[in-house]
Design a protein around this ligand. Structure first.
Ligand code: BT5
Length: 276
C-alpha cells in the first residue's frame, strides 16, 4: 500500500467556522494528529471525565494506528486520507436495549446523505456499511460505554474513505469519495454528517420502543440497498444461508426470506449476491 504524504491536516478551526455557518452546535471537539482507535480512546476519556464529552462531541484523528472493525477485524487507512472520528450520545435509561440496532443503520443513512451532498450518491448496506457503486466507502462501529452512575453512552465510530487513490485502497472492495467523483473537503463533510446525525440519533433515542416508526427509520429503509437484494448471510459461528432480504423489523434486524420462510438476522455479515 503506497501512502500519499502531501495531504493537509484536518483543520479544526475551519470545521468550527463551517459548523457555525451551518448553525450546527457540536459538543467538545478534539482532533489529535495520531491515536490508536477513536472509539477506544473516547471510551477511555469518558471514563476519565464522564461529564467532559457532551452529546455530539467529536474525537477524530488524522492517523488512526489501531482502527477496529467488528469481530476484531481491522480498519486501515493511510494518514489524512480518511475522515475518522467517534461521537458520544447518552442513552436514556428507559431506552430498550433491543432498539440499539437502529443506531448504526441510522448513522449509515446520515453518512450516505452527507456523501450525496458532497458528490457521491451512496446507499446503506446492512448492518454498518455505506457503499458507492457496490464498494465500501464507510464503515461504522458502535459500542456501549457503561457508567454505573450515569448509565450508558453509545459511542458511534465512523471511518469514511475520503481521498484514497486506487492504489491505496486496503481491500479491492473499497472505494473513496474522490474516486467516486466527490470533493475531498473533510471539514465540510464532517459538518454534513453531524448536522444529520445529531437530530436523527436524538429522534431515535427519544422514540424508544417506537424507534422503528421514526422518520429516521423511514430514511434508513429508503436508503438501504440490501432490501430487495439476494443475499448470503454469514452468522457468527459459521452458519451460512442465502435468501432475499425483504425488510427491516421494528428493531432494525434484517428479515430474509429463505424458501418461503422468514428468518430474522440481528447480527452477522451480509454479502449482496445480486442487487435488486
Ligand atoms: C467496519 O467493520 O466496517 C467498522 C469500521 C469502523 C471504523 C471506525 S473508524 C473510527 C472508529 N474507531 C475505530 O477503531 N473504528 C471506528 P467490519 O464490518 O467488520 O468491516 C471490516 C472490514 O472492512 C475489514 O475486514 C476489511 O475487509 C474492510 N476494510 C478495512 N479497512 C477498510 C477501508 N478503509 N475501506 C473499506 N473497507 C475496509
Amino acid at each position: 500500500m503506497r501512502t500519499e504524504p502531501s495531504r493537509p491536516a484536518f483543520d479544526l478551526d475551519r470545521f468550527q467556522d463551517l459548523a457555525r455557518r451551518a448553525e450546527l452546535t457540536p459538543g467538545r471537539c478534539e482532533w489529535p494528529a495520531e491515536l490508536g482507535s477513536t472509539n477506544a480512546e473516547l471510551a477511555d476519556r469518558l471514563t476519565a471525565e464522564p461529564d467532559g464529552w457532551p452529546d455530539l462531541s467529536v474525537l477524530g484523528t488524522d492517523h488512526q494506528t489501531a482502527g477496529r472493525g467488528r469481530l476484531d477485524r481491522v480498519w486501515t487507512v493511510p494518514p489524512a486520507a480518511c475522515l475518522t472520528f467517534s461521537v458520544p450520545f447518552r442513552v436514556p435509561a428507559a431506552f430498550p436495549a433491543e432498539m440499539l440496532g437502529w443506531l448504526p443503520v441510522v448513522t449509515g443513512w446520515c453518512v450516505a446523505e452527507a456523501l450525496a451532498e458532497r458528490g457521491a450518491p451512496a446507499g446503506v448496506k446492512w448492518p454498518n456499511d455505506v457503499l458507492v457503486d457496490g464498494r465500501k466507502i464507510c464503515g461504522i462501529l458502535t459500542r456501549a460505554h457503561l457508567d454505573p452512575e450515569r448509565g450508558t453512552t453509545v459511542i458511534i465510530g465512523i471511518g469514511i474513505n475520503v481521498s484514497l487513490t486506487e492504489g491505496e485502497l486496503p481491500v479491492p472492495t473499497a472505494t473513496s469519495l474522490t474516486l467516486a467523483g466527490g470533493s475531498a473537503d473533510r471539514e465540510a463533510l464532517l459538518v454534513g454528517v453531524l448536522s444529520r446525525l445529531g437530530p436523527a440519533v436524538a429522534e431515535v433515542l427519544r422514540a424508544g420502543p417506537r424507534a422503528g416508526a421514526t422518520a429516521s427509520a423511514g430514511g434508513v429503509r429508503d436508503a438501504m440497498i440490501t432490501l430487495g437484494s439476494d443475499v448470503r448471510v454469514e452468522l457468527p459461528g459459521d452458519e451460512r444461508f442465502t435468501g432475499r432480504a425483504v425488510e427491516l423489523d421494528a428493531t432494525a434486524a434484517l428479515v430474509v426470506e429463505v424458501d418461503g420462510e422468514r428468518r430474522r438476522v440481528s447480527a452477522g455479515d451480509v454479502v449482496h449476491a445480486r442487487p435488486a
